[in-house]
Design a binder for this molecule. Sequence first.
Ligand SMILES: Cc1cc2nc3c(=O)[nH]c(=O)nc-3n(C[C@H](O)[C@H](O)[C@H](O)COP(=O)(O)O)c2cc1C
Length: 187
Amino acid sequence: MDIFELIEKRRSVFPKQYNEEPILKEELDKILATANWAPNHKHTEPWRFKVMQGESKLKLAEFLVEKNAEWEGKPSSFKRKKIMSKFEQSHTVIAICIQKSPKGKPPEWEEISAVAMAVQNMWLACTALNIGSYWSSPSLINLVDDFFNLKEGESCLGFFYMGKYDGELQEGKRKSSVDTKIDYFLD
Ligand SMILES: Cc1cc2nc3c(=O)[nH]c(=O)nc-3n(C[C@H](O)[C@H](O)[C@H](O)COP(=O)(O)O)c2cc1C
């Protein structure tokens, strides 16, 4: 598959689509290695990842369930199931984090952009290896900081859920073609 096909084939593949097949350590290492090649301003390499499998993954899910109950002022079995099922169905969950540079140089938007580019590299690598994945940005994400004991200037931007899947993925959809989003100035 060439790069153009790979980009078009990349899809958000959700935990309910994952099967039980494990992601191998070599596969995970290969995917994470692509993150480090993302472009970034002033060589800050601001992407940080917390990779969770097995019990650690479920511990975080339980933590989120509790935080959500505190947030909403009461436990909810619906929310519990929604949170737990995603973590249970995923073989690996990666917390996508950012290490912001002190004094806002480069500015935060540049650091977030670099992290997003790192995640896109991982997402494309997953596509090439037939591993399903997607970036989720739940509203509770800021509450996760306590779970990881993050460094000064570090915070989480979401979860990257991962799992293998059976069958073919659906074709992607976009609301409008790229032509409608470009102004050309050619003379
Ligand atoms: C920064 C970011 C955050 C996202 N957060 C969510 C999310 O919280 N829930 C969700 O269902 N999808 C989320 N997505 C995935 C998008 O829904 C998905 O990329 C979009 O529907 C296009 O589908 P595709 O990835 O298959 O092309 C997120 C994507 C990005 C880039």
